[in-house]
Design a protein around this ligand. Structure first.
Ligand SMILES: Nc1nc2c(ncn2[C@@H]2O[C@H](COP(=O)(O)OP(=O)(O)OP(=O)(O)O)[C@@H](O)[C@H]2O)c(=O)[nH]1
Length: 139
């Protein structure tokens, strides 16, 4: 349960644990997903490339030019190992019309913030529909 602007949202999360950019989407094709959180590591160029492939695939899959998405650069605590600048992440997110933030799994706060941001993105896409149906699925 996440509270955004005084309203409670029941979030159902679908994790893609262990899948890569080649295997990820066919299995989840039929699921009712409202928003996507795409996470890369600021310490890995490869992961930054992978989220771009994933984003292309997911647009193909849903057949839309834009879906509610938050791009997250994780591991921002690893200052010495950083290879992707915040501006690069922001630029990519802007090109998708997505929200962008950096996070660290070591900070609870930023983890909660990710879920608040995706709810806001889903609400935006929904044109701030009336609050009858507030069940969301996030992948
Ligand atoms: N320092 C630091 N380490 C992190 C952070 N997030 C994840 N890790 C570490 O990175 C490793 C991989 O994390 P996972 O959560 O398994 O990554 P994943 O991409 O979900 O992996 P799969 O579920 O197998 O796809 C673990 O050792 C985590 O402890 C972070 O924000 N900071």
């Amino acid at each position: 349960m996440v509270n955004v602007n005084g309203q409670d949202f029941n979030l159902q999360l679908v994790d893609t644990a262990g899948q890569d950019e080649y295997s990820i989407f066919p299995q989840s094709h039929s699921m009712d997903i409202h928003g996507y959180v795409l996470v890369y590591s600021v310490t890995s160029m490869k992961s930054f490339e992978v989220v771009q492939v994933l984003h292309d695939k997911l647009l193909d899959m849903v057949g839309k030019i834009q879906v509610p998405t938050v791009l997250v650069g994780n591991k921002k605590d690893l200052h010495m190992e950083r290879v992707i600048k915040p501006e690069e992440g922001k630029k990519l997110a802007d090109s998708w019309g997505a929200a962008f933030m950096e996070s660290s799994a070591k900070e609870n706060e930023t983890a909660v913030e990710v879920f608040k941001r995706i709810i806001l993105e889903m609400e935006k896409a929904d044109g701030n529909a009336p609050p009858e149906e507030k069940k969301c699925a996030v992948m």
